[in-house]
Design a protein around this ligand. Structure first.
Ligand code: IVH
Length: 667
């Protein structure tokens, strides 16, 4: 794509092209552009939208993260109830379902569609004239929560359909892709947050987030399969419907089976069982549906479920194991996590000997005692979870699990913070080890070779007490460690040296500021560029940035106000690490936001003028005291006087405070 004069045509081209890129990247996992090139075009799109807000179409990729955090979700009614399915657990029950339906219909020529039963979060979407207007969770089936803002962040969900269908309601399942799930949990733990128990909880937790900016950072995906209310198109059967959905840009189940006999049906259930582990989502069963819609009408539904469909649930892989002891893990931010140590047990093809118990509340809720026999399950088929206690196997010798009083690593007194028990010592070696691992992580400073066993030795031998000590290690220090020859030592020293010049956002993320993820670190660098500017940033400055919410802003300010952290940063600066430069733009190729623009602010506004001016300056713009031909925008509050008249005379664009905020948000 060539850069052209700003024109509506160029704008539309960009929207379409970036939509195609999103589809290839998120829908097919086949990127057609490098991240850098994508960022460049996205920035061009944002710049065009800033200059021409009247061009913005609701399906522009920028519109996926537009909304402000909500106080709470609005509960809205479903146009037709969202029902559940009758569950069956044996082939006999499936055969009984066939007999029942044949009997009810009085003839035997029925075709079925078998679909995977996706283990996600059910939602209903409403498109009017082709545009996505509303997305509700299932709720109680009659009413659901309005999660439209969050659903819009799902890149594979079309904001606009191919055709302007008058009314199309479509239902399906939001899921958290299995591949991304493990790294989400890894990142959550690195960021000091609790991991999700399984991909479904991760999807549900993400959809319940009130701040769509957080949701936008999660790679949620969606599969659609059911109709709600429809007007203006006709469809006679499920096969046709799935085809229509695909044509309109929706993702549909990975594979479906058209069956016209009992044998075909039962075979497809088995076939699905064989291949379902290859799907990007968890499936807990097969859904068997009558294909023909008029027949569905005839059969109708019971109070809870349709008579024209059933779910066949696959047995989940469970095993029983003995919980012989509990260990308490100390996280990077001092959170103590209880871990169940189990007798090694074979489960779904691998041996399980540990399972996280998340927190002490969970132990209480499940009534787990030390020595108990417990049912374990591969939740989300990846991570083992303790489901519950096998009470019949209790001998009376089991012991209550008591939360520790002292940190298992540094023996300092632990403190409760809500549900979590924490070690608040600033010299705890367990925390230091996790902090160093976080610092060296591939998403942070990417220090190749600095793994768990090495960190363990470096800390235990008191060679490293802080990040800066890593940069003062010598060949001699390293070769005295276990399994560390001269060659490995030199490689490690070179990897550490190389990390000094890594991008500033990596260092910022590596510092381990609570709640600060990779994306937020990049955003901070785009806006503040250098550590010095960040050290002086106020909560107010930070809140001007669309992606930074209150919790994160507070955490950043607290971190930089702490003298120990300031000293830590000064040491890293002295060692020559990259602490940002005025030209750092964190991967974005063009200078950002308001560069090249001059603003004049006048009238009474909701916050001090200087705060708006700071926001503009932070984004690269200039603020002037008087209106001239060079003024790009006048921000006019209530009772604006002569400056407003002057701007009107010169034909300068005038923005209300709200319009200005919108502009800043789009950037
Ligand atoms: S059809 C009228 N098809 O399973 C009910 N449901 O346990 C229409 N689900 O509420 C539902 N995959 O949330 C249908 N391929 C699929 C499904 C599916 C998952 C969920 C759905 C439903 C629940 C019932």
């Amino acid at each position: 794509m060539q850069n052209a004069e700003p024109s509506l045509k160029r704008y539309q081209e960009l929207v379409e092209y970036l939509k195609t890129c999103d589809h290839s990247y998120y829908g097919e996992a086949q990127p057609i552009l490098s991240d850098r090139e994508y960022d460049r075009l996205y920035l061009e799109l944002q710049t065009l939208e800033r200059a021409h807000p009247e061009w913005i179409t609701s399906d522009s990729p920028t519109q996926r993260v537009g909304g402000k955090p909500l106080d709470q979700f609005q509960s809205l009614p479903h146009s037709t109830p969202m029902m559940s399915l009758e569950n069956t657990y044996s082939k006999t029950e499936v055969s009984e379902f066939l007999v029942r339906t044949h009997k009810a219909l009085g003839h035997s020529e029925i075709s079925f569609i078998v679909e995977p039963k996706i283990d996600g979060v059910a939602v209903s979407l409403r498109y009017e004239n082709g545009f996505l207007l509303q997305g509700l969770t299932r709720g109680d089936g009659e009413r659901g929560d309005d999660v439209t803002q969050n659903l819009k962040t799902i890149r594979t969900l079309p904001l606009k359909l191919r055709d302007p269908i008058p009314l199309l309601e479509v239902r399906g399942e939001v899921y958290f892709p299995r591949k991304a799930f493990e790294s989400l949990n890894e990142m959550r733990q690195l960021e000091g947050e609790d991991p999700f128990a399984n991909p479904r909880n991760a999807a549900a937790g993400s959809l319940k987030q009130l701040d769509p900016r957080i949701v936008a950072q999660r790679p949620l995906a969606i599969v659609l399969y059911s109709p709600g209310k429809i007007e203006g198109i006709s469809c006679k059967n499920q096969k046709e419907w799935l085809h229509l959905l695909q044509e309109q840009g929706f993702s549909i189940p990975e594979k479906t089976w058209f069956c016209s006999s009992e044998k075909e049906l039962l075979d497809s259930i088995d076939e699905l069982d064989q291949i379902r582990t290859q799907f990007p989502y968890d499936t807990d069963g097969a859904v068997i549906k009558i294909n023909e819609w008029p027949i569905r009408e005839t059969l109708g539904s019971t109070a809870k479920a349709p008579r024209w469909a059933i779910a066949y649930k696959y047995a989940s892989e469970q095993a029983i194991s003995q919980l012989h002891s509990i260990t308490f893990q100390v996280g990077r931010t001092g959170t103590i996590t209880p871990v169940a140590e189990l007798t090694p047990t074979l489960l779904a093809g691998s041996t399980v000997s540990r399972a996280t118990l998340h927190n002490f509340d969970e132990i209480k809720r499940k009534g787990i005692m030390q020595g108990d026999f417990v049912t374990i399950e591969k939740a989300g088929e990846v991570i083992p979870a303790v489901i519950g206690v096998v009470l019949e196997k209790r001998t009376g010798l089991e012991q209550t699990i008591i939360p520790p009083t002292y940190c298992p690593a540094c023996q300092s007194l632990l403190q409760w913070e809500g549900l979590f028990l924490k070690c608040t010592s600033s010299t705890c070696v367990a925390q230091l080890k996790r902090k160093l691992l976080h610092f060296a992580h591939r998403n942070a400073m990417d220090i190749d070779g600095l793994g768990e066993s090495l960190v363990e030795q470096l800390v235990n031998q008191k060679l490293v007490r802080d990040f800066s000590d890593l940069y003062q290690l010598t060949e001699e220090n390293l070769t005295q460690l276990e399994r560390m020859g001269k060659k490995s030592a030199l490689n490690l020293l070179s990897a550490i040296e190389k990390s000094k010049s890594r991008e500033f956002w990596r260092l910022l993320f590596g510092l381990g500021i609570l709640h600060l993820g990779v994306e937020s670190a990049r955003t901070l660098v785009i806006h503040f560029k250098t550590i010095d500017r960040l050290l002086h940033a106020t909560t107010e400055n930070l809140l001007q940035i669309h992606e930074i919410g209150e919790v994160m802003a507070a955490s950043i300010v607290t971190y930089f106000q702490n003298p120990e952290n300031r000293e830590r940063i000064e040491k890293l600066r002295a060692l020559g690490l990259n602490i940002g430069s005025e030209s750092d733009n964190s991967g974005a190729t063009t200078s950002t936001q308001f560069s090249g623009m001059t603003f004049v602010i006048t009238g009474t506004l909701s916050r001090p003028r200087e705060s708006i001016a700071d926001q503009i300056r932070l984004a690269g713009g200039k603020v002037s005291g008087s209106v001239s031909k060079k003024t790009s925008y006048l921000i006019a509050g209530d009772s604006a006087g002569s400056k407003l008249t002057e701007a009107q005379k010169l034909g300068i664009k005038i923005l209300t405070e709200e319009e200005f905020q919108k502009l800043a948000i789009q950037i």
